[in-house]
Write a protein of this length. Structure first.
Length: 69
């Protein structure tokens, strides 16, 4: 299972790394691939993770999740 997250506020690879680390720290997340040019992250899951938990992880990293599909 995977989710695609649209993210506002990332400007550099450091930003992308912060979001990657925040998402991968969530229980149930297998991996997160952040694409700076697309302002998005593809999150692969091993277990159910709520959209709210994903949005909070992005927010805690200093950015805003605008859409989760």
């Amino acid at each position: 299972m995977k989710k695609v997250v649209s993210i506002e506020g990332m400007h550099c690879e450091h930003c992308a790394a912060a979001v990657t680390n925040a998402l991968e720290a969530l229980e149930g997340v297998k991996s997160a691939k952040v694409v700076l040019k697309k302002n998005s992250a593809t999150v692969k899951l091993t277990d159910y993770v709520s959209d709210e938990a994903i949005a909070k992880a992005v927010e805690d990293a200093g950015f805003k999740a605008t859409e989760i599909k």
